[in-house]
Design a protein. Sequence first.
Length: 180
Amino acid sequence: MSKAMISKRYAEALFQLAKEKNILESLESEWMIVKEVFQQNHEFVQFLENPGFNKNNKKQMIDNAFHDFSSEVKSTLKLIVDHQSEGLVVDIVDQFVQLAEESRGIKQAIAYSVRELSEEEKQQLANVFQEKLHIAKLKIDNVIDPEVLGGVKLRIGNTVYDGSVKGKLERMEKNITITN
């Protein structure tokens, strides 16, 4: 099974648990802190990933590092240690947050443009697609891509909305080829 599938399964299980216990927001906050710890503290992650250390010592370290956290977070981290999946924690958190945001009608998007979009431009783009897709909120990250040539290409999930100059030229070329 791929790492992405494993991460998704953990995230879905956590999401269901959080929804059942009505603790989605608090778990989301705690998991964001866990993610930050795993991204910032390389020694901690190396300790957890090292097969030479006893799993009980790793679990004790988790209890010490996250002593004020919910039992759901600590138990999940210990389960991850048991299955030697420590390297997936950041991906699991990202998947969990995505599920939580989607449950609130929030989607993530990546806007590819030739230059940095202003906050106003991102907001205008978000407003158009929020209305078009009937979603509560669209969060847009901007990626500079000189191959776009002009305009914007927007990726929301697995769907790409191509309003770039390059995309328009490619469509025109296809239409010319078809008509000849």
